[in-house]
Write a protein that binds this ligand. Structure first.
Ligand code: PGA
Ligand code: MN
Length: 483
């Protein structure tokens, strides 16, 4: 399969990088298998390791002549226990166990452990439920004694160094950006990432704070809000409006709201993001068993399929690609499932927005284009874009047709890697004469075999090419006719 065949898949694949993808041959294989954007998880690894990974992605993408976006993911105030003298312990129901903010970081034993998050004793009261290690271990708070949170074990299990702590129902006061996050943000801007993901934001204010820091660092990346707290679900609309996209971060979200709540909340977040014109990523455990197995479970196949049916823009891999034994097979499996499900008519036609008013010229052009494309014999949509806004609007409406986003800006191309159905292609309009732009755009797509003679396409652009937000024209073109 040629790498350009991935333009047939509309749903995007975001793959977390890690030791399992450090081999250049593996990196090449996962990109060939269909990775659209990569994620650097700043919860693990050093800046040096992340830099090496970013460089490898960029080199490989260049060699394969594809656009691969880069997303940096801040750790956030993940509230963690410190370390045990022996690395790990095993808790049994009925045991008493103390989380002590004053205890030395390495002094954890069978009965107590330190915590990095010093506010914990102020944030909890008796009868609160604390979940450790993504919910595998449940503690009930019995008493607070100064720095010591005294708990009884309800659900036991193995507990090792640095596992996360969540409070059921939310309400831990930790700020969204820690000192480490600020440091990582500067690094991410220096690395020129396309997106920065913010962990555990509570509201739009937390997103604005990150955006201010990015601006101060002279960065231009988009901000993705990870929805993984009770407070964020309640403030979902304002968070979506404030950010450039959201992630349904099911790992921590399930711990905070309860696993059974997650599927419907996931559907709700996808629906709100699409309505508010932003891309949405579904993350965590999508292909979990593939960390050790070469094929997914039936349940995992269904999970990916449902995200596609709900019109998510992106499905994500975490440890499956970062640390798993089968990173390439994982991407192949996701690609395969997305393609089959995308053939369903309900993912291709939309009654969306027939009754709403448009507020901008480029938005009106985008809507008119997709409406026409869905009701006429058209092979593809070609959007000449500066900021990516026109293809983003187009991609909020269901269609089975490819939307080619042609831009001269690396950032715009990188950001479009997460828009469902949009295929970023490098094209510098300022390098050809006004009269030649249409023909040149079509030629690029013919050269990639995306278009054939006699295909009908809709092309959108602005009179003043090179100006952002300026799309004001749609033109119906037949490939091969003299333009
Ligand atoms: P994480 O975020 O992997 O950084 O924790 C994703 C999630 O919580 O699902
Ligand atoms: Mn998380």
């Amino acid at each position: 399969m040629s790498i350009d065949d991935h333009q047939e898949r509309r749903t995007k694949i975001l793959a977390t990088l890690g030791p399992a993808t450090d081999d250049p041959a593996v990196m090449e294989k996962i990109i060939r298998a269909g990775v659209n954007c990569v994620r650097l998880n700043f919860s693990h690894g050093t800046h040096e390791q992340h830099q090496k990974r970013i460089e490898l992605v960029r080199e490989t993408a260049k060699k394969l002549n594809v656009i691969v976006g880069v997303l940096g993911d801040l750790q956030g105030p993940k509230i963690r226990i410190a370390r045990f003298k022996d690395g790990k312990i095993n808790l049994k129901p009925g045991d008493f166990f103390v989380l002590d903010s004053a205890l030395d970081s390495d002094a954890g034993t069978q009965t107590e452990v330190g915590i990095d998050y010093k506010e914990l004793p102020h944030d909890v009261i008796a009868d609160d439920i604390l979940l450790l290690n993504d919910g595998l271990i449940t503690l009930i708070v019995k008493k607070i004694d100064a720095s010591r949170v005294i708990c009884e074990v309800v659900q036991g299990g193995e507990l090792s160094n640095h596992k996360g702590i969540n409070k059921k129902g939310g309400g831990l006061t930790a700020k969204a950006l820690t000192d480490k996050d600020r440091d990582d943000l500067i690094f991410a801007v220096k690395m020129d990432v396309d997106y920065l993901a913010i962990s555990f934001p509570r509201n739009a204010q937390d997103i604005h704070e990150a955006q201010n820091l990015i601006r101060l660092a002279k960065g231009t990346c988009g901000v993705i809000a990870k929805i993984e707290r009770v407070e964020a679900v309640a403030a979902i609309d304002e968070i979506i409006v404030a950010s450039d996209g959201v992630m349904v971060a099911r790992g921590d979200l399930a711990v905070e709201i309860g696993d059974a709540e997650v599927p419907m909340v996931q559907k709700h977040i996808i629906q709100r993001a699409r309505s508010l014109d932003k891309p949405v990523i579904v993350a965590t455990q999508m292909m979990e068993s593939m960390i050790h197995n070469s094929v997914p479970t039936r349940a995992e196949v269904s999970d990916v399929a449902n995200a596609v049916l709900d019109n998510a823009d992106v499905v994500m891999c975490s440890a499956e690609t970062a640390a798993g034994e089968f990173p390439v097979e994982t991407i192949e499996a996701m690609d395969r499932v997305c393609r089959v499900v995308e053939k369903q008519p309900q993912t291709q036609q939309s009654k969306h927005r027939v009754e709403c008013k448009f507020t901008r010229v480029d938005e009106a052009i985008a809507m008119a284009t997709i409406y026409t494309a869905n009701h006429f014999d058209v092979r593809a949509v070609v959007a000449l874009t500066e900021s990516g806004a026109t293809p983003l609007w187009m991609s909020r409406i269901r269609t089975g047709l490819p939307i080619y986003g042609l831009s001269r800006f690396a950032r715009t191309l990188g950001k479009m890697t997460l828009y469902r159905g949009v295929y970023p292609i490098y094209f510098d309009v300022t390098k050809c004469t006004r009269d030649a732009v249409n023909q040149k755009s079509i030629t690029i797509l013919e050269e990639k075999n995306f278009l054939q003679k006699n295909d009908r396409v809709i092309l959108t652009k602005g009179d003043h090419m090179g100006r952002s937000g300026g799309s004001n024209a749609m033109k119906i073109i037949v490939v091969g006719e003299v333009l």
